[in-house]
Write a protein of this length. Structure first.
Lengths: 363, 303
C-alpha cells in the first residue's frame, strides 16, 4: 500500500503547518511577477542614467577619451571609478575633483566601464550620476550573464532582466530551490526522526506494519506535499503573470513544467532526509546533514560552472538535472533528467529501507 | 503434559557494543499462562521483550513466537500480538479515540467494541486530546491499545503506574484474557505485583536468567517475613511450627520467616495479645541473594 493510513495520519496532523507554508509560497510566487513592472522601470531609469554621462571615444588608436557629465547642485566634488566589469566590483578610483569633465589617453584594448559619482554637500555617501562604457551596451545584466562565471550558470544563454522571462528564471528560482528544498529537507527528516525522539516507534511496530511500508508511506506523504507546494507555486506564478498580462511571454505551461521539473529534485532531498533520519534517529542531526546536502549540491553546480576542468562537479550535482532555464527560456522540458532524478530518489529510498531494517529502534 | 509454547527463546544474546543486554537466555512461555518476567531496572527485561518483537536485532540465539521466527516473520507475529512498551509516546493533538482507531486500522482490526469496553473499565475518556493526558491516563491508552485488537499474545513491559483500584481492575482484565486462552508475558520489578497476577515467573539479573519457577513454589521457597510485637510475654518455642524456617527475636519483636502453613502460624500468633504486626514479601534483592547463594536470607524483609 503506497498511500495508506500512516500517510493520511501524517497529513491530518500536519495540515496546518502545510497550509501556512502554502500561503507563504503563494505570496512570494504571485508577488514576484507583480513587482516585475516596478523593477523593470527602475532598471530602465538606471540605464537611462547612463546617458547623463557622456563618453567621447578617440577616432584613432591611442587617442584621448573625454568623459563629461552634467553638474549636480550641491555637489562639492566628483569621483570617477574605472573597471572592466559592469559590476564595478574591482573598480579603481580614476579621478576626484571639482571638474565636470576629464580627458585621458586610451591606452587599453578591452571594454572599460566608468561610474561617475557626486559627493554632495552634507552627506558622506557619494551619489551615482551614471555609468558609461567604451563600447555600447543596452542591458548591463545581459552583459553580466555573458561573464564566464555567470555564463556557466545560465548554460551560456543570454538572459535579459528587462524581460519577465529572465526576471522569473533568475530571481524566482534562485530562492525557490532553497525555500522548497529546505522545507522538504526539514519535513522529511522530522516526520521520521520525531517518531524516534517521541518514542512512537515501539507502538507503531507492534502493529503488523513493516518498516518498508512505514518508509514507503512516509515517502509518499512527502511526494504529495512536494506536489502540493509545486502546484501552489505554479498557480501563484501563473496568477501573478496573468495580472501583469505577461502570460504571452511565459506560458502557464512553461511555468508549470519548470516547477514540475523540481519534483524529483525535491524527492531526492526527501529520500536523503529520510535516510539520515533512520540512520541517526535524531531530528537535529538529520536536519543538519540534509541541509548541508542541499547546499553542497548548489555549490557543486556553481563551482562546476566556473571552469571546464571542474565540469564533473556539475555533472554530479542535482541542479544539473533540473534545468528550469531550459523550460522558461528555450521552452524545452528535459524528460531524461526528470527520469534520472526519479530513479535516484527511488534508489535512495530503497537504501533507506535497507538501513532501517538493519537498525535497532532505540528506547 | 504436552504444552503449546507461544514464546520460545533459545540462547538469546544481545550486546550493545561491549555492554551486555541479554546473555544466553533461554525462556519458554506456554499458551494460556500469565508469565511474569522479574528483574531490577537494567536487568535485560526490556531488551528481551524488544528482541521478541524484532524492534532490536539479536546478537545471537533464536526466538520463535507462535512457531514463527521472531525477525523473519515479525509482521505475521505482530498480527496476533499486543504490546505495551515500557515507555512510549502518542501522536499529539488528536483525540484518544482517533488515535486508537488509527492503530486499530494499522492492525486491520475492524471492531472498536473491545477498545470501548476496555476504556470504560479503566475509566479512560476517549474524547480527550492525546497531549492533554496525565501520566496515568497515558498508561491507560497504552494498555487499551495493547489489548484492543484481541491479540493471542499480550506482552507488557512494566505495566504498573495506575492508581491501586485501576491496577486491580487491570489485573482482573488480564485474568479474563487468560481465561479466554490468551497468553500474557509481563515484565515487572515488583515481586508483589508478579505474585498477585502471574502463574509463573522468570527472574533475570544482569542479562542472565536466574530461575523460572511456579509462583506457588517461589512463594514457598522464599517465604514471607512476619514481624510481631506482643503485649504479653511469649516464648520463642511457641512458633517452632511446620513452615517456619527461622525465628529471631529483636527488642521484643519476633521475626519469623514463613514458607507455608501461614494459617496455622497466624492462629498460633493470635493466641496472644498483639501490639503490632507486619507481613512482608521478600524484596527482589533478597530474592536474588536467595537464588544466588542458596543460603538463608536475611529476615529483615522490607517488601
Amino acid at each position: 500500500m503506497m498511500f495508506g493510513r500512516i500517510a493520511c495520519m501524517e497529513l491530518r496532523t500536519g495540515w496546518k503547518g502545510l497550509l501556512i507554508f502554502g500561503l507563504l509560497v503563494i505570496i512570494v510566487s504571485a508577488g514576484m511577477p507583480l513587482i516585475f513592472p516596478t523593477y523593470r522601470n527602475s532598471l530602465i531609469e538606471e540605464l537611462e542614467g547612463a546617458s547623463k554621462v557622456n563618453l567621447e571615444l578617440p577616432n584613432e588608436q591611442g587617442g584621448n577619451i573625454t568623459l563629461s557629465w552634467e553638474p549636480l547642485e550641491n555637489a562639492t566634488s566628483y569621483m570617477v571609478l574605472e573597471d572592466n566589469r559592469s559590476s564595478m566590483v574591482m573598480a579603481k578610483l580614476k579621478y576626484m575633483g571639482n571638474e565636470t569633465s576629464i580627458t585621458f589617453e586610451k591606452d587599453f584594448e578591452e571594454k572599460r566601464y566608468y561610474a561617475v559619482m557626486a559627493v554632495l554637500n552634507g552627506t558622506s555617501d557619494p551619489v551615482l550620476i551614471g555609468i558609461a562604457a567604451t563600447e555600447k551596451s543596452e542591458d548591463p545584466f545581459q552583459e553580466l550573464m555573458q561573464n564566464p562565471a555567470y555564463a556557466g550558470l545560465t548554460g551560456g544563454r543570454s538572459i535579459s532582466m528587462l524581460e519577465v522571462k529572465g526576471f522569473i528564471a533568475l530571481e524566482f528560482f534562485s530562492w525557490w530551490w532553497m525555500l522548497a528544498g529546505l522545507f522538504i529537507a526539514y519535513l522529511s527528516v522530522s516526520v521520521i526522526a520525531s517518531d524516534f525522539e517521541n518514542k512512537r516507534m515501539d507502538v507503531m511496530f507492534s502493529t503488523p506494519i513493516s518498516r518498508r511500508r512505514y518508509l514507503v508511506e512516509k515517502f509518499s506523504t512527502m511526494s504529495v506535499i512536494a506536489l502540493f507546494i509545486v502546484l501552489v507555486a505554479s498557480a501563484g506564478l501563473a496568477g501573478g503573470l496573468t495580472s501583469i498580462n505577461a502570460l504571452n511571454e511565459i506560458s502557464a505551461e512553461a511555468v508549470f513544467l519548470s516547477l514540475i521539473g523540481c519534483l524529483p529534485f525535491l524527492m531526492v532531498i526527501a529520500a536523503v532526509g529520510m535516510l539520515t533520519a533512520v540512520f541517526f534517529q535524531k531530528v537535529r542531526v538529520g536536519m543538519g546533514i540534509t541541509f548541508a546536502f542541499v547546499f553542497a549540491e548548489f555549490f557543486l553546480y556553481t563551482f562546476g560552472s566556473f571552469s571546464k576542468n571542474l565540469e564533473w562537479m556539475k555533472t554530479i550535482s542535482l541542479f544539473n538535472y533540473w534545468d528550469y532555464l531550459a523550460v522558461i527560456i528555450d521552452g524545452l522540458f528535459k524528460t531524461v533528467d526528470f527520469i534520472v532524478l526519479t530513479i535516484l530518489a527511488i534508489v535512495l529510498l530503497i537504501i533507506g529501507i535497507w538501513v532501517f531494517e538493519k537498525k535497532d529502534i532505540p528506547t | 503434559m504436552n504444552q503449546e509454547n507461544v514464546i520460545e527463546i533459545k540462547n538469546l544474546t544481545k550486546m550493545y557494543g561491549n555492554h551486555v543486554g541479554a546473555k544466553n537466555l533461554n525462556l519458554t512461555v506456554h499458551k494460556g499462562e500469565i508469565m511474569g518476567f522479574l528483574g531490577p531496572n537494567g536487568a535485560g527485561k526490556t531488551t528481551t521483550i524488544r528482541c521478541c518483537l524484532a524492534l532490536i536485532a539479536k546478537t545471537a540465539g533464536e526466538i520463535t513466537i507462535f512457531g514463527l521466527d521472531s525477525h523473519r516473520d515479525a509482521v505475521a507475529i505482530r498480527k496476533k500480538t499486543g504490546y505495551l512498551p515500557g515507555d512510549f509516546g502518542l501522536i499529539p493533538s488528536v483525540k484518544v479515540k482517533s488515535y486508537l482507531k488509527y492503530l486499530l486500522s494499522l492492525s486491520e482490526y475492524n471492531s472498536t467494541k473491545k477498545m470501548e469496553s476496555l476504556a470504560e473499565r479503566l475509566q479512560l475518556d476517549l474524547d480527550r486530546k492525546t497531549n492533554e493526558l496525565s501520566k496515568g491516563n497515558k498508561l491507560k491508552v497504552g494498555i487499551v491499545q495493547s489489548l484492543m485488537a484481541d491479540p493471542d499474545l499480550i506482552i507488557l513491559d512494566e505495566p504498573s503506574g495506575l492508581d491501586p483500584l485501576m491496577q486491580q481492575e487491570f489485573y482482573h482484565i488480564l485474568r479474563e484474557e487468560k481465561k479466554q486462552g490468551k497468553t500474557v508475558f509481563m515484565s515487572s520489578h515488583n515481586l508483589a505485583e508478579v505474585e498477585s497476577v502471574c502463574d509463573r515467573v522468570a527472574i533475570i539479573r544482569m542479562g542472565q536468567l536466574i530461575v523460572v519457577e511456579d509462583i506457588q513454589v517461589l512463594q514457598e521457597k522464599t517465604g514471607k517475613v512476619l514481624e510481631v510485637e506482643f503485649r504479653d510475654s511469649v516464648t520463642i518455642d511457641e512458633f517452632k511450627l511446620e513452615g517456619v524456617s527461622e525465628i529471631r527475636q529483636n527488642n521484643g519483636r519476633f521475626i519469623l520467616t514463613i514458607h507455608k502453613n501461614l494459617d496455622n502460624i497466624i492462629k498460633a500468633v493470635s493466641n496472644h495479645r498483639i501490639l503490632n504486626m507486619n507481613l512482608k514479601t521478600y524484596s527482589l534483592e533478597q530474592l536474588f541473594l536467595k537464588y544466588y547463594t542458596e543460603e538463608k536470607v536475611d529476615e529483615r524483609g522490607d517488601g
